[in-house]
Design a protein around this ligand. Sequence first.
Ligand code: FRU
Length: 493
Amino acid sequence: MNSIHTKHIEALTKANQEIAAKQEQIKNSRYRLNYHFMAPTGWINDPNGLVFYNGEYHLFYQFYPYASSWGPMHWGHAKSTDLVNWKHMPVALAPSESYDAGEGVPGYGCFSGSAVVNNDELVLIYTGHVDGKTPMQVQNIATSTDGVNFEKFENNPVIDNFPEHATHDFRDPKVWQYEDKWYMVVGTKKDGKGKAVLYVSEDLKNWEYKGVAAESNGTQGDMWECPDLFPINDRHVLLVSPMYGTQNEKPFYVIGDMDYDKGVFTQDVYKTLDYGSDFYAPQTLIDDKGRRIMIGWMEKWLTKMPSQEYGWAGAMTIARELVLEGDIMKQKPVDELEELRTGYKQLDAFEFTEIKTINDQQESVSEVIIDVNVNDTNASKFGIQLRCSKDGEERTEIMVDFENKEIVMDRERSGVGEKGTSKAPFVVKENGTLNLRIFMDTTSLELFVNGGEQVITNRIFPDETSKRFNLVSQGGKVSINTLESWKLNSIWK
Ligand code: FRU
């Protein structure tokens, strides 16, 4: 066995032992979610290496098993047959080599990246990061024939330095196949602009630099993290998690066109991907049904994470299918999530003014769909209050402002987590309705407006007893066509 392999196996064994020792305790710890993906213990951030391989979905993720805060990055691993139920797998990558591990430096590890299937092999492409090293970030690969055990390539790094249009922040390779070649975008920055630089390869090992595929127009951030560029319908879409200075901002998407000969993506339509505060570093895969599926990290850098006190932090969003309709890319929770539904309740058309309590003891793990008849509504605002305490002091409010055509998710009174509001614009549907679909988990809310035209994702940390569910109106009556709700089963029990 060569030495790369031995050192890697030692690091993986240690990480897997840590998980085995802690996972039972963490499983029952406070704030655990019921149907969202979480690591068995410790810290997670970005989803990595999303891929459909041999009939199963694989999710890798930025992982630090030894503490509930960020540390030397490993790649955790899980798989699924339905994008809903996940099975934890042994850790896939651990820092072990000069290009992804360091001694006495604050940060290093196997940073974000992607996965592709090449013949029968599963190939991971990731950034090796070592603080203070020159160059600080290089691109590497690791391969597996069984989808469980990964070997780092002996001639890593496959890209050992940043190109002329980049700087030492040069990370998060996303690889895809187009016609008969492999393409890779890598996130970087130079001259105050975030960029995605492009490489091409025939074998995933030898990469030729093509140039800048896309860059900030001056307002789209000075560093681009986790770029993902993919074909959809007859166009291409670019996802970017932008930084402005040291601040990570809301990921955006750009609809445009890709010229593979020139290696240039032309930006056409630019939009916010998710208006919430707890959504970052999303990545996509394409499955055997041709669906483009996205999962994001359901938390963000430098925010309050109350679960850290209980030994863990971070989760993934539900899987969302991306559907491009003209100038809008919708996010549709994957159909498979309907498997979780139980205890159906429905209210037919009704009207109300001021306040209407729908349920005093609403399941805190549930799905709610409200179809609002905007034509018959004369209120200026319509609100949904969730996770309210009996005295109403604690609550999370989703407020639809009909005059300003804005939906606001307000976390000022949501409990112990981060406060503040998230705002998204909306357009009333042609038939005069507004459709709101809410996925609630113990400590999260994901709101899909009009079939996923806009999405707001936030973590909330209310008291377990805060369960009242009210509708409120301001300045008139609200007319509801239907209100449906389901309790959602846990995937972890
Ligand atoms: C994004 C990110 C990536 C990096 C990783 C490190 O959240 O900063 O750019 O590869 O996290 O864990």
